[in-house]
Design a protein around this ligand. Structure first.
Ligand SMILES: [Zn+2]
Length: 197
């Protein structure tokens, strides 16, 4: 199991959409860590975020659907953070996820056990349901009171999204902040060097 070796970016714990967006991250050196890189890892991600029950086994098709939603979500978040219009295809992808309402959990009667609700859905419905919840969270975040504070980490190459906390700098973790300061110091040194040379 690959794990992003960073603490969660601010806001991620309360927002499924940020959790999904940040399930892929570019680390210093350019290495990309992707928590959805296999069907098994994508399943684990859904289970960890209470979007699927233990024992669910995603197919590659479902994994790719989730990764595709993530790509569109990241595009919409990036456009929002930059204050520009999102590309229509990405927005439409989010809306499709938002409106893919799954059928309800049905009632089942078991002699001796009585009535129970069964989430006896085909796998694609589990994923549709998960994606609808993520898209719903994104729609609420991007139009809610925290919308202005949605930002992308400013410490390259980190590309995580976050909800900026009041008075905090524009990076997702103290590690990114430290790297940003080091990068700036390095850039100043390079500049001074090139001017001298
Ligand atoms: Zn960062």
């Amino acid at each position: 199991m690959t794990l992003v070796p960073l603490p969660s970016a601010p806001g991620t714990d309360g927002h499924l959409c940020l959790a999904l967006a940040n399930s892929v991250v570019t680390l210093p050196g350019g290495r990309q860590v992707d928590e959805l890189d296999t069907p098994a890892n994508a399943t684990e991600w859904l289970v960890n975020h209470h979007l699927a029950t233990e024992g669910t086994g995603l197919l590659e098709y479902c994994q790719l659907q989730l990764a595709d939603l993530r790509r569109k979500l990241r595009a919409v978040l990036a456009a929002h953070a930059e204050g520009v219009a999102p590309d229509p295809g990405s927005l439409e992808g989010l809306n499709r996820a938002l409106s893919a309402v799954p059928s309800a959990a049905l009632l089942q009667y078991v002699p001796g056990g009585g009535l129970s609700r069964v989430a006896n859905h085909p796998l694609t419905q589990i994923v549709d349901h998960a994606m609808a919840q993520i898209a719903e969270d994104a729609a609420a975040l991007l139009t809610g009171p925290d919308a202005d504070r949605v930002a992308r980490c400013a410490s390259a190459p980190c590309d995580r999204f976050m909800v900026r906390t009041h008075g905090r700098r524009q990076w997702c973790s103290s590690r990114c902040g430290a790297r940003q300061r080091a990068n700036r110091a390095y850039a100043r040194k390079q500049e001074a060097g090139s001017q001298a040379g």
